[in-house]
Ligand binder design. Structure first.
Ligand code: HEM
Length: 448
């Protein structure tokens, strides 16, 4: 069974038709040829962009010369009401200083400190899940937000403040269709500058709730009673070059992006991975069997080889962040074509991960590929669910552990069956099911 992918067209069509389709859904609007092209140029009066699938181009932009391909200021302006000057939108020395403070908190060596948060949230999700058919996306979102609150502020999602922040984020996403990938590409150019009053209000609510959390934590740090979690680590770490720490206001920007980047993405990955398990009973059985021996420590998580391969395969087929955009700071020659300063360079995990010249049977769900030596080249050249290079996702390690533990715990507790119709992937803020992602749950200790 081939997991669902969007219907695309080969035709060129009119610019207007493309623009309309693009605003509806990016994945189906883009032409089929992007799954086999190394590069594609799109030109209109509004946008000049290059789709970069050639691994050499991806390497150039993300790893070799990232300073020449910054994020655009338009992105920063578009996300400013919610994210201020967070690490997600800044560039250059401002960005580098932020990462020098943030990265140590997420260091591999500190990952085991977040295990209680991850296991706690996984067990809470299993306890919350009800048997029967359901859209699993809201549950996955709830669980991912729970992980972030526990890891950042040592509080479960049931805590009153956490619940309020989570509810405010949901309201913001309803009010802010602008925060989707289609709008972050400059199409049309003016769109991200238009913030509705509702968008500004919901963003303001989130930020004032976060400001309360940050202030409370700052006070606790001052009197020496703060728990050792991500918030405390980030707030007490000085920039090793300048000795500067984040101010309370700067910390609000960072916490906002951790919640947004950390919960939307993990929720998308978990929901698709659960659907894939539901649709592939043989893999589900293997994951459930492996889960029986899971111990709540790093060695236990590392031992789940099959579950990790399943989660990786889900990230390959349904990368939560389908596309990333950079801007040429100066004139560049890309595969022999001139890209003027300001050209938009699109790096698409979605297309790279399903590229017919880079993967064997790219549309098939085959977790076993991750244990075959011939996958090594594809994995190195064409697997970037967390991006790559200096701007690689700082939460990648945490997200991998979270995905594996959640899958294991859920597959151990429930039999999963797919809903009546396969979900249709669409690019919202992350890759979601157009009408949700329906699966059927039955407790394993009773007949399925
Ligand atoms: C499956 C889960 C996740 C996926 C697929 C994912 C993916 C990504 C990707 C592709 C980027 C690069 C975006 C770009 O350059 O335009 C990114 C950046 C980022 N992610 Fe994640 N992420 C995940 C989970 C997390 C978590 C759990 C956190 C934090 C707790 C997090 C925090 C961030 C931050 C702060 C950035 C901005 C980094 C920078 O620009 O320097 N992410 N993520």
């Amino acid at each position: 069974m081939i997991p669902p992918r969007p219907q695309t067209t080969e035709g060129r069509g009119s610019v207007l038709r493309f623009a309309r389709a693009f605003r509806r859904d990016l994945l189906s609007a883009l032409p089929e040829r992007l799954y086999r092209a190394w590069m594609a140029e799109f030109r209109s009066p509004l946008v000049h962009s290059f789709f970069c699938n050639d691994p050499a181009l991806v390497r150039l932009i993300l790893k070799d010369r990232p300073q020449d391909f910054p994020k655009s200021n338009r992105l920063r302006t578009g996300l400013a009401p919610l994210l201020g000057a967070s690490v997600f939108v800044t560039n250059g020395p401002e960005w580098a200083a932020q990462r020098r403070i943030i990265d140590p908190a997420f260091d591999g060596g500190r990952l085991h400190d977040t295990l209680p948060a991850i296991f706690g949230a996984a067990d809470a999700m299993v306890a919350r899940l009800k048997p029967g058919p359901q859209d699993i996306e809201p549950e996955a979102s709830h669980a991912a937000a729970d992980v972030i609150f526990r890891a950042m502020f040592s509080m479960p999602i049931e805590h009153e403040t956490a619940e309020r922040v989570f509810a405010a984020f949901r309201a913001h996403q309803d009010a802010q269709p602008v925060v989707n990938w289609a709008a972050l590409l400059p199409w049309p150019r003016w769109l991200p500058h238009l913030h509705s009053r509702r968008t500004r209000r919901t963003a303001g609510e989130i930020r004032s709730l976060i400001a309360g959390l940050v202030k409370g934590r700052m006070d606790a740090i001052r009197v020496g009673g703060a728990p050792d979690d991500l918030a405390t680590r980030i707030m007490t770490t000085p920039d090793p070059q300048t000795g500067r720490r984040f101010s309370e206001a700067e910390m609000v920007d960072q916490v906002a992006i951790f919640f947004l980047a950390g919960h939307e993405t993990s929720a998308s990955a978990l929901a698709w991975a659960l659907w894939l398990l539901a649709a592939h009973p043989e893999w589900q059985k293997a994951v459930a069997a492996e889960a029986a021996s899971l111990t709540p420590d790093m060695a236990g998580v590392k031992a789940l080889r099959t579950t990790r391969a399943v989660f990786r395969e889900a990230l390959r087929l349904y990368p939560p962040v389908p596309m990333m955009v950079r801007q040429a700071a100066r004139s560049e020659t890309l595969r022999g074509r001139r890209a003027p300063p300001g050209a938009q360079l699109v790096l698409s995990p979605w297309h790279l991960h399903r590229h017919v010249r880079l993967w064997d049977r790219p549309d098939e769900f085959d977790p076993a590929r991750w244990h075959r030596p011939e996958t090594q080249n594809s994995a190195r050249d064409a697997f970037i669910p967390f991006s790559a290079g200096q701007r690689v996702c700082p939460g990648a390690g945490l997200a991998m552990v979270e995905g594996v533990v959640m899958l294991a715990r859920i597959a151990q507790a429930f039999h999963l069956r797919p809903g009546p119709r396969p979900p249709t992937p669409v690019a919202r803020l992350t890759v979601r099911g157009r009408d949700g992602i329906t699966i059927h749950l039955a407790p394993r200790n009773s007949p399925a």
